[in-house]
Write a protein that binds this ligand. Structure first.
Ligand code: GLU
Length: 479
């Protein structure tokens, strides 16, 4: 069964194309424009040499631009040995639709370097990253107004800081140089809350979903997030932050964690911080003291739970395992974790799927805030914070006067005063902007999902909203 499934499974890019085709089939857009939106505009392949350990090593990298209906185009750069053109193009298409859905004013792009970062020392990775950056900057494939990369699998703040510095060295008079890449450390032009952003976005997406009892009922669930049993695949940056916030702030339980070397389960809930610590020190989950260790990690994706969060690689739920997935609600924290075949099987089973282009859009949303911050050259909240506090002080002074006047009949709670007096800092503003984005985008998807009988799932609704916006952009350009 699994072998046959492998034969029939389309590639990641074909999977994205199939999902796109299903959506445009439900839309009234001229054929030519559909095709224009579907195709990937350009993919640049670069092979470059870097002298390491006394000899020249050749690396292959890609930067794909899916759609330039808005510029700059946006999307991460991935470092992984399995990176290939097909994958980068699929991911860049997802970026186009993701940006349109959450209204970040960007086209879609993605980059990748075929490399296992674990095989190299830090200074070697710096040389490789700087050389890759040089090749992309030379062709305006990294540029504050044309193409703005960000972190993805295998890259993070450190790599983004090297990219920003390399761009600045090559463009010494560009006052907006820092806006050439997002996901930088805060001391190098980054923004508070970017590292947690994608996981935080997953939490906000789930909170919004659970604000709609009709939608919750479609997944055969009830109530709120509290005590919901969650299985998460991948405790990397996205999975870790999602699990951490959902347990610590919403009272959900992580009953399973699937990693590359096996899985951990515990019906009472695993300690996310402790597992993360263990993985950092030991490389995997094997040997962790609490819960039960399951050698066959992927089998835990099929265990009973309320919510399944695939937060690692693409294609992990496929024709080989989809029919055995029991979770009634899946939220795609990774890009493309369900193949189009798996998506069809699960839809028919009645599983509710919160799609990747919405669920993991928190990262690019906060990247947008960072880009705006870099272009405006000022930290969010710097002008307003103390003024806001001064105005709040006026209210508190009045309330204190009332407090004295009313005696024992009424008094202000000390927590109120403390909380109300504090003006919002950058992190709070970023979280507020992200929350608003996730709520608004969910509502725009939901509207289509509920209004149209021919739109049976949230993924189709998300694509329809996004494609309509991209089409409107192209039309405005006269296409
Ligand atoms: N790599 C992330 C994604 O897939 C973030 C992209 C960005 O911030 O530009 O959405």
């Amino acid at each position: 069964m699994a072998d046959m499934a492998e034969i029939k499974e389309p590639s990641f890019r074909e999977s994205v194309n199939l999902m796109f085709d299903r959506a445009v089939g439900l839309m009234d857009i001229p054929k030519g424009l559909k095709e224009k939106i579907r195709v990937c505009n350009a993919t640049y392949t670069v092979r470059f040499g870097v002298r390491l350990r006394g000899e020249i090593h050749t690396f292959t990298g890609y930067r794909s631009v899916h759609s330039e209906h808005m510029e700059p185009v946006k999307g991460g750069i991935r470092y992984a040995s399995a990176v290939n053109q097909d994958e980068v193009e699929a991911l860049s298409a997802l970026m186009t639709f993701k940006c349109a859905l959450v209204e970040t004013p960007f086209g879609g792009s993605k980059g990748g370097l075929c490399i296992n970062p674990r095989d190299y020392e830090e200074h070697e990775l710096e040389l490789i990253t700087r050389r890759f950056t040089y090749e992309l900057v030379k062709r305006d494939l990294i540029h504050p107004s044309q193409n703005v990369p960000a972190p993805d699998m295998g890259t993070g703040e450190r790599e983004m800081a090297w990219i920003a510095d390399q761009y600045a060295r090559m463009n010494t008079t560009d006052i907006n140089a820092r806006a050439c890449v997002t996901g930088k450390p805060t001391h190098a032009g980054g923004i508070a809350g970017r590292v947690e952003a994608t996981g935080r976005g997953v939490q906000y997406a789930l909170r919004e979903f659970f604000r709609h009892p009709d939608d919750v009922a479609k997944a055969h669930l009830r109530g709120k997030l509290k005590d919901k049993r969650i299985i998460i695949q991948g405790l990397g940056n996205v999975g870790y932050h999602a699990a951490k916030f959902l347990t610590a702030e919403d009272g959900a339980k992580i009953t399973g964690i699937v990693e590359w070397d096996g899985a951990l389960t515990d019906p009472d809930g695993l300690d996310v911080e402790a597992v993360r610590q263990w993985i950092t020190e030991n490389g995997g989950v094997k040997g962790y003291g609490d819960g039960e260790f399951v050698e066959n990690g992927p089998s835990v994706l099929e265990a009973e739970c309320d919510i399944l969060i695939p937060a690692a690689l693409e294609g992990v739920i496929n024709l080989g395992n989809a029919d055995r997935i029991k979770a009634p609600l899946i939220i795609e924290a990774a890009n493309g974790p369900l193949t189009s075949g798996a998506d069809e099987i699960l839809r028919k089973k009645g599983t509710v799927i919160i799609p990747d282009l919405y669920a993991n859009a928190g990262g690019v949303t906060v990247s947008y805030f960072e880009w705006v911050k870099n272009l405006s050259h000022i930290r969010f909240g710097r002008m307003q914070r103390r003024q806001e506090e001064a105005r709040h002080q006026l209210v508190v002074d009045e309330l204190e006067r009332l407090d004295r006047y009313l005696g024992d009949a009424w008094s202000m709670t000390p927590q109120f005063k403390e909380k109300y007096l504090r003006g919002a800092d950058e992190l709070e503003l970023v979280r507020s902007g992200l929350d608003d984005t996730m709520r608004t985008a969910y509502q725009s998807m939901r509207e289509v999902w509920h209004a149209r009988d021919d739109v049976p799932d949230l993924r189709m609704a998300a694509y329809i909203v996004a494609i309509n916006r991209v089409a409107a952009s192209y039309r405005a350009k006269g296409l």
